[in-house]
Design a binder for this molecule. Structure first.
Ligand SMILES: C=CCCn1cc(-c2nc(Nc3ccc(C4CCNCC4)cc3)nc3[nH]ccc23)cn1
Length: 297
């Protein structure tokens, strides 16, 4: 491609580009589905010569129960986040005469952590796994410093920027904790990823920094299971709950076994020093420093 100086949009202009014109957006391929929308790979090519940058564009799913208001909250959330371990906001693209809008983000070439671990299992050793875990910790710690609760932390929502960098993505369920409280209570649980939820999130719809730390624990399990689909959290919990549903809802069965202190079994390949992490670490700072200390061993 042309050297930066010859491109109409210099790197600095591209960096703080905030409005993308739909007419210069070239659709390339689908990237995935998130909360409230689908994400596509596009090239923003104002010169029309294929030298434009690759971007990830999240479009609002028109039919789903989501609405433009929630999507705008998601855009405001991601726009306010500036952290190496959180996917970067690039701007917005209006269409249908500002009636509809899309969220433009940096494109992370390696995709979600699930696909990456399944494909690169040999490449990723425990040291690399702990590096990823410490990066997710740092991203979550930054979110906590901004009084955000992510509420949907799971390997499917972690993206891989390179062989040594992962980032937290998809802020569709993220909420700000009110200044006078320690938690956020959700009114409409919607389609909840209950197998990543802390007990109080299931029983009282309460979400806090501590419930995000619980979900981080489930992500650690996914990491050290290499995201193998036959030992993902949902499958392991459903096996433990058994098929004797006795009419009780799955979430009530799940809360029962958690209250009986049943926990996801440590993955077979999980190194002993990670297996016996002190339970439960109260804050991410502890979790993060644990991961870093384990790295240095
Ligand atoms: C967060 C999860 C829910 C929503 N979501 C977000 C994205 C997303 N993806 C990517 N890159 C990407 C790169 C390659 C592949 C491929 C596809 C074909 N098969 C192999 C893997 C997939 C994704 N960059 C992004 N930037 C901002 C968002 C975003 C995708 N889904």
């Amino acid at each position: 491609p042309l050297p930066d100086r010859d491109r109409a949009l210099g790197p600095s202009h591209q960096q703080d580009q905030s409005v993308y014109e739909e007419r210069h957006l070239r659709y390339i391929s689908p990237l995935g589905k998130g909360n409230f929308g689908s994400v596509e790979l596009c090239r923003y090519d104002p010169l029309g010569d294929n030298t434009g940058e690759l971007i990830a564009v999240k479009k609002l799913q028109p039919n789903k129960q989501s609405n433009l208001e929630d999507f705008q909250k998601e855009i405001n959330t991601i726009r306010s986040l500036h952290c190496d371990y959180i996917v970067k906001y690039r701007g917005v693209c209006y269409s249908m005469g500002r009636l509809s809008m899309s969220l433009v983000m940096e494109y992370l070439p390696y995709g979600s952590l699930i696909g990456y671990l399944e494909k690169n299992r040999q490449l990723v050793n425990n040291r690399r796994m702990l590096l990823f875990a410490s990066q997710i910790c740092k991203g979550l710690e930054y979110l906590q410093s901004m009084r955000y609760v992510h509420r949907d932390l799971a390997a499917r929502n972690i993206l891989v920027a390179s062989d040594t960098l992962v980032k937290i993505a998809d802020f569709g369920l993220t909420k700000i904790i009110p200044f006078d409280k320690e938690y956020y209570r959700v009114t409409h649980p919607g389609e909840s990823p209950i197998f990543w939820y802390a007990p109080e999130s299931i029983t009282e719809s309460k979400f806090s920094h501590k419930s995000d730390v619980w979900s981080f624990g489930v992500v650690l399990h996914e990491l050290f299971s290499y995201c193998e689909h036959n030992c993902n959290p949902k499958r392991l919990y459903m096996q433990e709950i058994g098929n004797d549903m006795q009419g009780l809802s799955i979430s009530m069965h799940l809360v029962d076994i958690l209250k009986d202190n049943w926990r996801l079994p440590a993955p077979p390949l999980c190194p002993p020093r990670v297996r016996h992490l002190p339970q439960p670490y109260a804050t991410l700072r502890v979790a993060g420093s644990l991961a870093v200390r384990l790295l240095d061993q």
